[in-house]
Design a protein. Structure first.
Length: 359
């Protein structure tokens, strides 16, 4: 990972974006700054609707230049109702697709963990939810979302829409490696999710994941069909530690796992282009939440925990990552709650509670 040497200047690009993005990124920045890491520098640039308003494009050249120079990127959220009538390529959300493409971010990591005290926030029974502590490793740049697609008319005159689902072996191999590297550092079990009983692309997925597994004899691999995985995630989520899966299945399962783990405001994510974490992008899973933007109500924990992932995956600073995660856990254990968690704290007060719990 990272290859971070202490003497080196480490640049973190801050892209706060729209809505609650700036509010939550400010708290994550405070948490990172409180660690007093030598050489850590921040540079900020606009993205999304804010960038469109400032520079006429959701991902302007200056922002792109910054993210390419940076060691890692901390991203808030994009999405602005003022931009709803813009042409599609100028909409704020296009910035995310542009960043993934420009930086080659093909691996999405989504931890889902239920913090002690938040059992009642889960959509599941508290005793079942309490066991949730997993990471979903989702392929991000292939699959049916990027296959040939279109509309056509069948020979008997019916309109038809089609989307080709395909995976090439190198695409599967590189995401499988990320999954196994993750598993190696956790409980050494990994579940690969596919639909190999029906889909040829899934059969190839299963074959290639099996080949990668031979390089990781210390990790136990199991396979599960996606329909069963969706059921098992609500029946017994505690059985999972690392799940590796394709773009479509991962999109659905990671949202499902998130809601099982509690509030959308609590959950971080990472998007990587390889296991080294160079140019990795870290963001909470939520959007810009225009309904509460500017009111100081947003829960900053998902972004603060994204900063912890940044330390772990891009800067190779596991101990510092754990300091932040422990501080969040202790703040929650001490009763700190924003409105989404049933409390009354403001975004800043929640950030203060996390800082106060840093040891
Ligand atoms: P959202 O995640 O912004 O909000 C969904 C609900 O969750 C809202 O009620 C919101 O108030 C609440 N919520 C979200 N984050 C919260 C937090 N940190 N603390 C407390 N409550 C929180 O999803 P949406 O409303 O469907 O989308 C709003 C905008 O965000 C849209 O423009 C959408 O395209 C965009 N979006 C962006 C991203 C991203 O930047 N990665 C992701 C999803 C949606």
């Amino acid at each position: 990972m990272g290859g971070f040497a202490k003497e080196k200047r480490v640049l973190i690009a801050l892209l706060p974006g729209d809505g609650i993005g700036p509010e939550v990124v400010a708290e994550a920045r405070r948490a990172l700054a409180a660690l007093a890491i030598d050489g850590l520098a921040f540079e900020e640039a606009p993205v999304g609707g804010a960038a469109y308003k400032a520079a006429g494009h959701p991902l302007p050249p200056a922002t792109l230049d910054l993210v390419k120079r940076a060691d890692a990127i901390l991203f808030g959220a994009v999405g602005d109702p003022d931009c709803d009538s813009l042409e599609r390529h100028l909409r704020p959300e296009q910035a995310i697709l542009g960043l993934r493409k420009e930086l080659g971010l093909f691996a999405n990591l989504r931890p889902a963990k239920l913090f002690a005290g938040l059992e009642d926030a889960s959509a599941l029974r508290p005793d079942i939810a309490a066991a949730i502590d997993m990471v979903i490793v989702r392929e991000l740049t292939g699959d049916v979302y990027f296959g040939e697609k279109g509309r056509r008319t069948t020979s008997d005159g019916r309109r038809e829409g089609y989307d080709q689902m395909a995976y090439a072996e190198d695409e599967v191999r590189r995401i499988a490696i990320v999954g196994f590297e993750m598993a190696k550092r956790r409980k050494r079990i990994i579940c690969s999710v596919d639909k190999a009983n029906v889909l040829e692309s899934s059969q190839l997925w299963r074959d290639v994941v099996g080949e990668v597994a031979t390089g990781y004899p210390e990790v136990t691999l199991t396979h599960m069909y996606v329909d069963n995985a969706a059921m098992q995630l609500v029946r017994n989520p505690g059985q999972f530690d690392v799940i590796v899966t394709g773009n479509l299945f991962g999109d659905i399962l990671s949202d499902q796992a998130s809601m099982c783990a509690g509030s959308i405001g609590m959950l971080p994510s990472a998007s990587l282009r390889d296991w080294s974490g160079d140019n990795g992008l870290y963001e909470p899973i939520h959007g810009s939440a225009p309904d509460i933007a500017g009111q100081g109500k947003a829960n900053p924990c998902g972004t603060i925990l994204s900063a912890a992932m940044l330390l772990r995956h891009s800067l190779d600073m596991e101990a510092q990552a754990q300091r932040i995660e422990t501080a969040v856990a202790n703040a929650l254990a001490g009763g700190a709650r924003t409105a989404d968690l049933g409390g009354t704290m403001s975004t800043r007060e929640m950030g203060d509670a996390v800082l106060a719990a840093l040891t």
